[in-house]
Design a protein around this ligand. Structure first.
Ligand code: SAM
Ligand code: SF4
Length: 362
């Protein structure tokens, strides 16, 4: 990171500043003439997150309002062909190397298998993954694997059915467990389970880890961020990476083994001498913004450079007004050049973004 910054003569992202909010200022001055998605702090985005819907089969309290998010009319969502075209531009023109479908819940889209197959045909070497709650995955895991999905992250906070229903506001635990088993059986590799660290489910952390180890899934806990639609997040109420580690240490012997990749922010711990490993992501208490290599497309086709920056650039409008690939790529580069230094959650005066996790795509 440091050497990239020096080479470009740019400030480091760790010189923190408040995220740019809804800014329309032109900050492209000084951008080096390079094809990649570089920002003012020398970071290069190679990991694309594509949200494909705001709809969801669950209503996790830390993400969605009880009634769900406002519905996006179908004609305002990126179509299958538009998604495939934008992914092709990201890979061919902008140097993106991996792509993750997210939402909302990607399985809510009927054309999900077509989207995966289209991206695979367009970009044969791209690593394609998906983040999903796994409701309904049992029926579609094989088709997704055949279409070209490589791997999957599944969200699951507890294997206790009552507390699962409390936190997701839906009694769908059996469907989720069946979905995880189907993903393993379909050969998706790795199958990772993501658990948001939460006061209501902290006591279930060890049971969840035992279940994941037995089923061949790799578990990672993540600190809850202020991205809930109801803006109820409070720093003082947060369960930290340290709390999760303390809870797991009551049942397991955990040895730190570092990170597997600087931009894959989980700190890894070997469980009871291995081979099992558990990851803990301190997104709030140990931010990894300095190494962030993500660029995001919302379901409506805007580029979002950061989860926490409300500044978005509309690529759907460009596509629909007949822009060529080079023009779309330039708009994308400009959006990423303005990426904020960091989320600033622990700073005085922090303001959460307008959009919630389910509207941005986690
Ligand atoms: N519906 C899919 C799922 O749940 O996996 C994909 C979308 S979801 C928004 C993506 C990820 O964001 C999930 O792993 C979820 O647990 C996580 N998430 C949602 N709200 C969060 C929050 N406030 N803080 C941290 N992670 C959050
Ligand atoms: Fe739906 Fe995923 Fe948000 Fe839960 S975290 S409400 S499953 S989008």
């Amino acid at each position: 990171m440091q050497s990239r910054v020096v080479a470009l003569g740019l400030p480091t992202a760790s010189v923190r500043s408040a995220p740019v909010r809804g800014s329309t200022a032109t900050l492209d001055d000084g951008r080096p003439d390079r094809p990649e998605l570089i920002d003012r702090y020398g970071r290069i985005a190679r990991d694309l997150r594509v949200s494909i819907t705001e709809r969801c089969s669950l209503r996790c309290t830390y993400c969605m309002p009880e009634e769900g998010l406002p519905v996006i009319p179908e004609q305002l969502l990126l179509s299958t062909d538009e998604i495939v075209r934008l992914v092709g531009i990201a890979v061919d023109d902008l140097g993106v190397r991996e792509m993750r479908l997210t939402g909302g819940e990607p399985l809510m889209r009927r054309d999900l298998v077509d989207i995966v197959a289209g991206c695979r045909r367009r970009c044969p070497d791209l690593r394609i993954s998906m983040t999903s709650n796994a409701v309904g995955l049992a029926r579609r895991a094989d088709a997704l694997a055949r279409a070209g999905l490589d791997r999957i992250n599944i969200s699951l906070d507890t294997v206790d059915r009552v507390r699962f229903a409390d936190i997701t506001r839906r009694d769908r635990l059996p469907a989720v467990l069946a979905g995880i088993r189907a993903a393993v059986a379909a050969g998706l590799d790795p199958v990772k389970v993501n658990a948001v660290a939460h006061r209501a489910t902290l006591r279930d952390a060890s049971d969840l880890l035992r279940w994941c180890i037995a089923e061949g899934a790799s578990l990672r806990f993540i600190e809850q961020m202020p991205l809930d639609a109801e803006h109820g997040w409070q720093r003082a109420e947060m369960i930290t990476a340290r709390d999760v580690l303390d809870e797991l240490s009551r049942s397991f012997r955990l040895e730190p083994i570092g990170r597997d990749d600087p931009s894959a922010p989980a700190e890894l711990w070997q469980v009871d001498g291995g081979p099992a490993v558990v990851g803990i992501i301190g997104s709030v208490t140990r931010p990894f913004c300095d190494d962030c290599d993500r660029t995001r497309l919302t379901a409506e086709g805007t580029v979002r450079s950061c989860l926490f920056g409300d500044d978005e650039v509309d690529l759907r409008a460009a596509l629909r007004s007949g822009a060529d690939d080079a023009t779309v790529a330039d708009l994308w580069r400009g959006a990423m050049w303005r990426k904020p230094a960091g989320h600033g959650i622990d700073e005085i005066g922090f303001v959460p973004p307008e959009r919630s996790m389910g509207q941005i795509g986690g």
